[in-house]
Write a protein that binds this ligand. Structure first.
Ligand code: 4AD
Ligand code: MG
Length: 459
């Protein structure tokens, strides 16, 4: 069996028996007759305070790995209710030492500094709590989709086509490569930007499918909400009648996650975050969660969004760097203002002009807009993008032609429309953006273990 980890010890304290704990030292305090060693193994936000004879703490310092054997006791200390007490000689074993240059000390390190030590930063309490948070959110989403009768599927990451048509593809192999002896597929192939097209295939067989996969985009934009390798949650649903069913579903999904997080935080057994120590953060998060739980989110059309933005800026209530103009994309300043200042809530924006959305979206009767939505949220901006998928093969082909797209590699996709097709739609949610939003984390690089963005692929 595995040795006891610290989260297990806090959940169900094994009083009155000798146990062995493994972990890393977060701080050492040596007094005359006693020494206190703060140990973490990353399974909990809580450190286990180990009380040992001072001579056994001699070699210990922040960062070293240790194995300590002793008995779990109630603690008299203010900041914890349990401690591990050892009395035997040799009950503390140094497993791995650290160099003098070890950069993590028992003090506050800024996120910015921590990003310069990508191989060590997850050892800090705050960042490790983000990875536990990430893991927990994924687990809750799994629960949600299972309850909603979805099948989790696993579409490919190497593809032959550009789903989004935004030209941000990473090439895996080029058919025209001079060195044909080493060819693999012998075709142009890419890392996927979205698994949607394959998900639509699976949806036409399983009705409700979802996935959570890496997606790759060679975007130049170096912002705190873009990565070139990010995880996208995508769902595709058959037998839908309109886009409002999708927005209702997305609202339900996020509220489900938030409810689960809230319950976890209120329960005693939370391993996610130190609600006593990180009070400010917890306050900010719970305020955000309550606000989004207790409201029915706003829904407006793109045209209404442009109206609001232009009216308010012409009234002088806000000034934008980019003038809001019908037919142009909403800029991130527009999105942030609409959600953070004007509505102070998540906002679904429906029916964008078709010209800056991908080829597969269902045309609205006005001929100019498509049956799609973006979910915009405060601070983060666009969290979800989704739409109904064009059913009419003639309109689909017309759109493809207008965009000068090739059909060679998507014949299979097009033929779905004549293989027992049904009205369907779906969406994609940036998983890191969800974590930034729900965890009140400013920079997307702090919610993914090894971030990749343009000119930034370090470790
Ligand atoms: O809006 P997008 O481009 O939509 C699609 O790719 C659809 N095919 C999804 C679908 O309908 N199945 O991307 C979806 C979401 C965005 O709203 C955003 O949250 C996230 O993916 N996203 C990124 N997250 C981090 N870094 C990037 N570079 C991102 N690009 C998109
Ligand atoms: Mg989008």
């Amino acid at each position: 069996a595995l040795s006891k980890c610290i989260s297990e010890i806090f959940k169900d304290p094994p009083f009155k028996s000798q146990i062995t704990v493994n972990g890393w030292v977060k701080g050492v305090r040596v007094q005359k007759s006693i020494a206190f060693i703060d140990v973490s193994d990353g399974t909990s936000f809580q450190n286990l305070m180990c009380v040992v004879p001072p001579d056994q703490a001699k070699e210990l310092r922040t960062g070293v790995s240790v194995q300590i054997t002793g008995e779990i006791k109630e603690s008299k200390g203010k900041s914890q209710h349990l401690e591990l007490k050892t009395t035997d000689p040799d009950s503390v074993k140094l497993l791995g030492a650290v160099l003098d240059s070890y950069p993590l000390q028992k003090k506050f390190h800024s996120s910015q500094f921590l990003r310069t030590i990508p191989h060590l930063r997850w050892k800090t309490q705050f960042l490790s709590s983000i990875l536990r948070f990430r893991s927990h959110v994924e687990m809750v989403l799994m629960e949600f989709f299972t309850q909603e009768q979805f099948t989790k599927t696993h579409p490919p990451l190497i593809t032959l086509s550009d789903c989004e048509g935004a030209g941000e593809l990473f090439k895996v192999e080029s058919a025209s490569r001079a060195d044909m002896a080493n060819k693999f597929f012998g075709k142009d192939s890419y890392l996927t930007v979205s698994t949607q097209l394959h998900l639509e295939v699976l949806c036409m067989a399983l009705s409700r499918v979802w996935t959570l996969t890496p997606c790759f985009r060679a975007e130049e934009s170096n912002t705190n909400r873009h990565l070139s390798e990010f995880w996208m949650l995508e769902a595709e649903i058959a037998f839908l009648s309109d886009v409002r069913q999708l927005t209702t579903f997305c609202e339900k999904m996020i509220k489900y996650v938030v409810n689960a997080l809230r319950q976890d935080l209120e329960g005693q057994g939370s391993n996610l975050i130190n609600s006593r120590r990180d009070q400010e953060l917890v306050h900010k998060m719970t305020e955000r969660w309550d606000q989004l739980l207790n409201s029915r989110w706003k829904t407006i059309t793109y045209t209404e969004a442009i109206d609001i933005l232009s009216t308010e800026s012409s009234k002088g209530n806000i000034s934008f760097q980019f003038k809001p103009t019908w037919g142009e994309s909403l800029q991130s300043e527009h999105e942030k203002w609409l959600t953070g200042e004007y509505f102070k809530s998540p906002v679904f924006v429906l029916d964008y002009p078709k010209d800056f959305k991908p080829f597969y979206m269902t045309r609205n009767p006005d001929g100019k807009t498509v049956a799609c939505f973006d979910l915009l949220v405060p601070d983060v901006g666009e969290l979800i993008g989704g739409s109904m998928r064009e059913q009419n093969i003639d309109l689909l082909l017309d759109e493809i032609k207008q965009r000068n797209m090739k059909t060679d590699n998507i014949e299979w996709y097009l033929s779905l429309r004549s293989s027992g097709s049904v009205s369907h739609g779906g969406f994609g949610m940036g998983f890191e953006r969800l974590l930034c939003y729900l965890g009140c984390v400013e920079n997307i690089r702090d919610v993914i273990p090894f971030p990749r963005s343009s000119n930034d692929c370090v470790c």
